[in-house]
Design a binder for this molecule. Sequence first.
Ligand code: SF4
Ligand code: SF4
Length: 149
Amino acid sequence: MKAPFNEVISGFVSLLTGMGITLGQLFRPIVTVQYPHQTLTMPKRFRGHILLKKEPTTGKSTCVACDLCVKACPSDCILVEGEKKPGEKRKSVTLFELDYTKCSLCGACVEVCPVDALEYSRAYNLASTSKQEYKVMDLVKRLEDSKHP
Ligand code: SF4
Ligand code: SF4
């Protein structure tokens, strides 16, 4: 007679424990968002695809088209062209293409840049039905179109 009674008690305790855990979760901060209506802001350390940084005073890139990032890239996925405009001491970038389908996000290009012209984007939800869309990413155009300072 004692065993069934013990089973009822232990079942009740187990039920209370489960409900306690569920209730505890109700008061914890919400960590999910209603994607795609809401999106997350990625932390500073997040490593998305590379971007040309915008120099705040000129609104342009500081890239001098030295090709060091091209040589450092183990995946051979960067193409850079530049020109030296009349009156300027250094070249400025005219074309910066990234083949994101090959990029391993190793960061070698960002680290090697002598003028700190590259950074990681915070984009975490890139998706497409066409691989071609990320085969040639025009980073000069992205810089011109970007709103952030
Ligand atoms: S992060 Fe690495 S693989 Fe990607 S472009 Fe830069 S050097 Fe190449
Ligand atoms: S991003 Fe930096 S390393 Fe790459 S070409 Fe421009 S200046 Fe050189």
